[in-house]
Write a protein that binds this ligand. Structure first.
Ligand SMILES: [Zn+2]
Length: 130
């Protein structure tokens, strides 16, 4: 996901929301973004899966090795409990500003706690540097 957005620096906020807003809101769009060629197990590469819901999200379980994946597992938003739109917005803000956006500013934009903003910022910067 991060790489997807990195290629599109310079999008205006409106363009960004149009493009990624639906992906963040819509599980179908997210599924297509994650597995454009259909499901593929991140652990063994098998294409057969079953799915079930746990808490608020859908888990996809590989039929060959029982590995469980969600639409955000393996992405940098995996361990944040934030709504995906918030994560996308953070990535957008951090990748589209020329100056280094302070965590304090990020906190105001996203309406999250300073701690959350700080952690999110570091995660994103790390992913971008990798
Ligand atoms: Zn598997």
């Amino acid at each position: 996901m991060i790489s997807l957005i990195q290629f599109q620096r310079g999008l205006s906020m409106a363009e960004f929301l149009e493009r990624y807003g639906s992906e963040a809101r819509c599980p179908r769009a997210r599924y297509r973004a994650r597995w454009p060629m259909g499901f593929r197990c991140p652990a063994c590469g098998d294409r057969r899966r079953s799915s079930f819901r746990r808490d608020a999200q859908t888990l996809y379980q590989c039929r060959a090795c029982q590995h469980q994946a969600t639409l955000i597992s393996g992405t940098l938003l995996q361990d944040t409990k934030l709504p995906l739109t918030t994560g996308f917005l953070a990535i957008h803000l951090l990748t589209s500003t020329k100056t280094n956006l302070a965590a304090l500013e990020l906190k105001c934009h996203l309406g999250v706690s300073y701690r959350t903003a700080w952690r999110l910022k570091h995660k994103i910067m790390q992913a971008m540097a990798a």
